[in-house]
Design a protein around this ligand. Structure first.
Ligand code: NAI
Ligand code: MG
Length: 361
């Protein structure tokens, strides 16, 4: 029997509530799928920062280097500045483990109300592929003439051929099993060096994929199309900053932030990939047992797909869709009255008893 060794980092706030619930779903599906998990828990969080002065130990990355995957809740809590929690934990993991793809599915499911009028379930179904290691989020830069009239500040964007090509190829490979349509987010009118280069690499990589259709839009009009024409998209590839924006806007147009999943992926599997919901630690509802566990559970399904357990991943996704459509066990953010645990129980109850019967994705 295959055993997956997974690092579990619940983090802060509702991370501590939704992670154990998602683990119950993963355990349930593993039992019928004939595989198992070996979980190792890490208390890396803002609470740890308050206690020890660091989000994780100095050798943190080495401790989880050999895991098959990382399952993360959310980090961030009032009292610790957000850039400390982000740069002290998430960014070192994303960069240190070459998780250069941030992947977010965006799908309008039955039972979830979209803020967009007149959209049918299934009519919005795309992936945002965000470059996760370089681009606009580089730490190169600085400040000169601090506090003087001549004060100046610079932050350097970094676009490498390797970095562009690999994330674009990932997007095309993903589109292969779908509609074979890839959209590039650009801004080559206003940003005159890096973005024309991004366009050039997109054109070059496109030629490796005959039979695919492509589009590119400047990021400003692209955000408008996300709202007005979300049915145009299949796979969207974007730089770190543009992808960050699109990957929040995407889940927002299909409903609650509580259901949106995400993955930070090292496609070559040289390093562990990390799966986490889109939402944060939700301090406003933490400790009440009312958080929606679906974003975490769906992230668990993405983890299983990455590990090669396609049938188990698809079974969880179908169970989520069924429970959402039934609308009888939903949490408050989706207009229901159920708690975190009841919604999880409903999803476990909707899993097929044997995975062979699970529909393919
Ligand atoms: P948030 O996502 O934690 O909360 C935004 C709103 O959505 C809140 O009203 C919250 O109650 C609600 N919400 C979020 N997840 C929910 C769920 N599963 N079920 C029901 N309602 C849910 O974002 P916010 O408030 O901006 O950030 C709170 C903290 O989380 C900050 O410290 C921030 O830095 C951190 N954060 C961490 C992320 C991560 O770990 N990747 C991502 C986003 C924020
Ligand atoms: Mg974001």
């Amino acid at each position: 029997m295959t055993t997956y060794s997974v690092a579990v980092i619940p983090g802060d706030g509702i991370g501590n509530e939704v992670v154990p619930e998602a683990q119950r779903v993963l355990e349930a599906v593993a039992r019928s799928g004939g595989f198992s998990f070996d979980w190792t828990h890490y208390d890396w969080s803002c609470e740890r920062f308050a206690r020890t002065g660091a989000m994780m130990p100095a050798d943190g990355l080495a401790q989880i280097r050999d895991k098959d995957a990382i399952f993360l809740g959310a980090v961030g809590f009032p009292g610790v500045p957000d850039h400390v929690s982000l740069w002290g934990l998430l960014i070192p993991i994303r960069r240190g483990f070459h998780q250069y793809v941030n992947l977010r599915p965006v799908k309008l499911l039955a039972g979830v109300e979209s803020p967009l009028k007149g959209r049918e379930p299934g009519s919005i179904d795309f992936y945002v592929v965000r470059e996760n290691n370089e681009g606009e989020y580089s730490s190169i830069g600085g400040r000169l003439y601090d506090g003087l009239d001549d004060e100046l500040v610079m932050q350097q964007s970094i676009f490498t051929r390797r970095g562009c090509d690999r994330v674009m190829r990932y997007a095309f490979e993903l589109a292969k099993g779908r509609k074979k349509h890839v959209t590039s987010a650009t801004k080559s009118n206003g940003i005159s060096h890096t973005m024309p280069y991004w366009d050039e690499r997109f054109a070059a990589i496109s030629t490796e994929y005959p039979g695919f259709t492509t589009d590119q839009f400047h990021i400003d009009i692209l955000t408008a199309h996300f709202v007005r024409n979300p049915d145009w998209f299949d796979v969207i590839v974007a730089s770190n900053l543009f992808g960050d924006i699109l990957s929040d806007l995407g889940p927002a147009v299909v409903g609650s932030i509580g259901i949106a999943p995400g993955g930070n992926i090292n496609p070559e599997k040289e390093y562990p990939s990390m799966f986490e919901p889109v939402h944060g630690s939700a301090p406003d509802i933490a400790g009440k047992g009312v958080a929606n566990p679906i974003g975490q559970i769906w992230s668990g399904a993405m983890m299983l797909r990455h590990l090669g357990e396609e049938a188990a991943a698809a079974a969880i996704e179908s169970a989520i869709e069924e429970v959402l459509a039934r609308r009888d066990s939903l949490t408050r953010d989706l207009g229901g009255k159920a708690g975190t645990r009841e919604l999880t129980d409903a999803i476990i109850g909707a899993l097929p008893s044997s995975l062979a019967r699970a529909p393919a994705a």
